[in-house]
Design a protein around this ligand. Structure first.
Ligand SMILES: Nc1ncnc2c1ncn2[C@@H]1O[C@H](COP(=O)(O)OP(=O)(O)OP(=O)(O)O)[C@@H](O)[C@H]1O
Ligand SMILES: [Mg+2]
Length: 286
């Protein structure tokens, strides 16, 4: 079920309190018993029961009978907590439609002082194994690994956007909460959808942006025609959660893959050939 602005707008303050309480109690329980929620929220048992049924209708909470009756947040509930925080902070006033749904995220338009993008990181059980690689501190057994993994993925992307701001053309990060990043809206299309008049210049500009990112310790890690946008004049590089630093053990391989993917696209679409050695030298400076 997709999260809609109506679902969030119609959220009663007690429903929000219950979501917050489930999130907190999930640190202690795999499935949060109803009586614990009553205790923690200080609402009546009837109120909690009624409000939980509303949250389940909205697809924000899940119930399980085994190993004992209890409730757990699902992505919609976690996203809602983050978005409610952004609303409270005045970063957004309205949630628009979902404009992108990838394997590991959902992207929504929203309204703040201007148009804003909300990227909801959603690392599910399957992709969690990939995220875990090389990150030893992620616990082996955690009730809800997706909460940690999704929060971590958002943190990674937010860190890249903050550091690269003013040096590389990336969206400006506005705020991050839980698994959600608010960033400026780029007007334009992905390279996969544009027909460029000056593809050679655009490709050269991409290399220069990658060079600037490399200098600051960032290799994109998932570069493709889908993660570069063009606004008619300039390019923007988006989608940074999987970046690695140049001293990562697989940095060279990852950079090669980024460069090959983007140069192959320009070769296929625009018949522009690139010498990989020269390109790599330009980007890394060695
Ligand atoms: N700042 C932005 N401004 C405008 N559109 C954006 C912005 N960020 C993301 N998008 C749109 O949302 C889509 C998905 O975003 P992104 O690439 O960051 O996520 P993703 O998890 O990789 O999703 P996918 O698997 O579809 O690539 C982009 O291809 C782009 O169309
Ligand atoms: Mg992408």
């Amino acid at each position: 079920m997709h999260l809609s602005a109506d679902h969030i707008k119609s959220l009663h303050k007690y429903e929000l309190r219950i979501l917050q309480s489930i999130e907190f109690l999930m640190g202690r329980f795999s499935w949060v018993p109803e009586e614990e929620l009553v205790r923690n929220t200080r609402l009546s048992a009837n109120e909690v029961h009624f409000r939980i049924s509303k949250l389940m209708e909205k697809g924000m909470v899940k119930f399980s009978q085994v190993p004992y009756p209890g409730y757990c947040l699902v992505f919609n509930g976690y996203d809602t907590l983050a978005i409610a925080h952004l609303v409270k902070k005045g970063i957004i006033s309205a949630l628009g439609s979902c404009i992108g749904e990838g394997k590991e995220s959902r992207v929504y338009e929203a309204l703040g002082t201007g148009p804003v993008i909300l990227k909801l990181h959603r690392i599910g059980q399957r992709s969690f194994q990939t995220v875990r690689k090389g990150r030893n501190y992620l616990p082996e057994k955690q009730h809800c690994p997706w909460v940690i993994a999704s929060h971590f993925s958002a943190e990674q992307e937010y860190m890249a956007l903050c550091t690269l701001q003013n040096h590389v053309r990336v969206p400006t990060p506005l705020i991050m909460n839980r698994n959600v990043i608010a960033m400026t809206y780029i007007t334009g299309d992905r390279l996969s959808e544009c027909t460029l008049d000056n593809p050679k210049e655009v490709l050269e500009e991409i290399f220069l942006q990658l060079q600037a990112a490399y200098k600051r310790g960032f290799i994109h890690g998932d570069l493709s025609e889908y993660n570069v946008m063009f606004d008619g004049e300039q390019i923007w590089i988006i989608d940074w959660p999987q970046w690695v630093s140049p001293d990562h053990e697989n940095a060279e391989e990852i950079l090669d893959h980024d460069l090959e993917t983007i140069t192959k696209f320009f070769s296929r679409r625009y018949r522009i050939s690139s010498d990989m050695k020269d390109v790599k030298k330009l980007v890394t400076g060695c």
